[in-house]
Design a protein around this ligand. Structure first.
Ligand code: ZN
Ligand code: ZN
Length: 264
């Protein structure tokens, strides 16, 4: 299993995941050129990507999708709502008749060496989803970003995962004291906005108890968060539950630009 978070944060999100002979990207939120460059830097070839999975239609998740997927003829999975949005909107930045879109079935789908399931998240978009990638050797990797809260449906989906990409978007005080207009602040903090460091951290102890060993804090806000603050909030919360870093779990903070190696 190889996992490379290529980009993470409001300037674009994309993660490379490979198991045996199947390689996928979750989101293509930077330009196709930046995505290609980032893969090549890691000795990964874009033409060897078999599938793309899109969480939702916001530009920081689909900016490079049209060019990248059509250039390399890669099928794109997403929710019905997101695919309908692409088709109806006829948004030339992300839509092309040449793109092969597939709706991810509610019971999940076997795709190469992965079994992939999705679940709904709570975000102000058409039909945002998170993903679970299961492998034959019982690895279970979960992606949860762009959600204003964690619902019971989400908890039930991700319980038992060994690796989790979880949004740790902002520090609430930094948002409140920051320079954004009131309506934007309200949107970020709302249940259909983004997940705060505190709300992210409080989900972790139960998940570590149920088998989570690798935590990747993702989608950090450039203006309303600090990597050290997100890291410290998660580690302190886990420490209160007697869970120690590098003994009970490992923790990695996905940076805004071109992350280095992260493979498990
Ligand atoms: Zn979003
Ligand atoms: Zn986003």
């Amino acid at each position: 299993m190889i996992i490379f978070p290529l980009f993470s944060g409001s300037a674009g999100n994309s993660t490379y995941l490979k198991c045996k002979n199947t390689a996928v990207l979750v989101d293509v939120g930077r330009s196709a050129k930046q995505t290609e460059d980032s893969l090549i830097q890691k000795n990964l070839h874009p033409s060897k990507i078999n599938f793309i999975f899109i969480t939702h239609e916001h530009l920081d998740h689909v900016k490079g999708l049209h060019i990248f997927a059509s250039k390399y003829k890669i099928p794109v999975y997403s929710s019905k709502g997101t695919i309908n949005f692409f088709r109806k909107k006829n948004n030339s930045r992300v839509i092309s008749d040449k793109l092969l879109f597939k709706v991810i079935p509610s019971k999940g789908v076997e795709i190469g060496d992965f079994f992939v399931k999705s679940f709904n998240v709570s975000h102000d978009c058409c039909e945002g989803i998170g993903y679970i990638f299961e492998t034959q050797n019982e690895r279970k990797i979960a992606f949860v970003t762009d959600t204003g809260c964690v619902t019971n449906e989400m908890r039930n989906s991700i319980v038992g995962c060994d690796t989790l990409f979880l949004e740790s978007n902002h520090d609430v005080k930094m948002v409140e004291c920051g320079k954004y207009p009131y309506n934007i602040k309200k949107r970020i903090i709302s249940d259909i906005g983004h997940l705060s460091n505190e709300d992210c951290a409080k989900e972790l102890p139960n998940l570590v108890n149920s088998g989570l060993t690798h935590i990747i804090l993702s989608h950090l806000s450039k203006n309303n968060n600090l990597a050290q603050l997100a890291y410290q909030t998660a580690v302190s919360t886990l420490f209160e539950h007697n869970m120690k870093e590098n003994i009970d779990y490992t923790l990695f903070v996905s940076k805004n630009i071109n992350n280095s190696c992260c493979s498990f």
